[in-house]
Design a protein around this ligand. Sequence first.
Ligand code: NAP
Length: 333
Amino acid sequence: MQTSSLGTSDLQVTPLTLGTMTFGKEADEATSHALLDAYVAAGGNVIDTADVYSAGLSEEIIGRWLKGSGKRDDVLIATKARFAMAKGGPRGLHPDYLRGAIEDNLRRLDIDTIDLFQPHAFDPNVPVAEWLGLIKEFVDQGKIRHLGVSNFLSYQLQQTLDVAKYEGLPTVVSLQPQYNLLDRHIDYEVMDVCKNHNIPLLPWSPLGGGWLSGKYERDSVPTGATRLGEDPSRGVEAYDKRNTERTFAILDVVKDIAADHGASMAQVSLAWLIQHPQVGSVILGARTTEQLADNLGAAQVELSTEQWERLEDVSRPHTPDYPYGFVDTMGGR
Ligand SMILES: NC(=O)c1ccc[n+]([C@@H]2O[C@H](COP(=O)([O-])OP(=O)(O)OC[C@H]3O[C@@H](n4cnc5c(N)ncnc54)[C@H](OP(=O)(O)O)[C@@H]3O)[C@@H](O)[C@H]2O)c1
């Protein structure tokens, strides 16, 4: 896989990142290590995790793999903190909490430096300068190389960029949002902030939690060893929320284009993201090495401009009359 610069940072990243939310949960340690081996063998160089994935186990599994494989210098480690590790426990971006959470990231991963630290979400209760000041301390100590953010709204991202600029604090080099053919709500506002400031996206749930592989059907509630088979009401991908005419209209186009390429639906859905001009690296999710092999194959699928635009058109989110439609009539966006 080729690498390219991640926005304004000095990080060179491959177009596909390995997400590790399944580690220690759907994928046991041996499978997780096999996923890491296969990803690196395919040329990938970014591993994304978070403190809360399997309550710390995902980071520990990665830490043991880094030690055992001797590959620390071949990969970039992106992680996150901000959410409670146990229900009702401490959380947030206040330095009193975040300092310990980042030290815990480092300890579990068993590394000296986090290449990309990402607050898992904004914290409206803590002034931006306070937590950015803490990030600066970690950067000065060589414990963090760059700051990314995740799940920030447009005003939160812009506010963070402004405070960083005017207070001389570390700035944001990437945004990790949910972004896929089934959910493009960041197109309303967040995307414009990213374009204006050269902030690449690291999209999470690129397959919409599995939906874009085409494995879920209109008329049968999922069962068996799939994310929604195990829990149909799980998260943003819940069966009742995504089982809509809109979802299946998008899946029909994905299927059509997949047939043209002799590719899987997952590969076409991922290729649309890889070829998106604002995307820096797509964060793959997998439970098995077979799924990962399928998803890594997306790097070989080149959509034509016409195919890319067909997917763009069918997945474009509805523009509400107000404020976006109203402002659009005046050329205001
Ligand atoms: N920042 C955040 O708030 C946030 C939130 C979520 C995720 N993330 C990051 O993004 C990564 C990816 O998210 P995600 O796991 O939701 O991604 P996803 O690609 O939308 O979903 C991955 C799941 O889809 C199924 N799948 C994957 N490839 C498949 C294939 N080729 N064919 C059929 N099924 C396939 C597997 O689930 P089953 O086999 O169980 O069906 C797999 O666990 C995570 O690992 C994490 O690093 C970040």
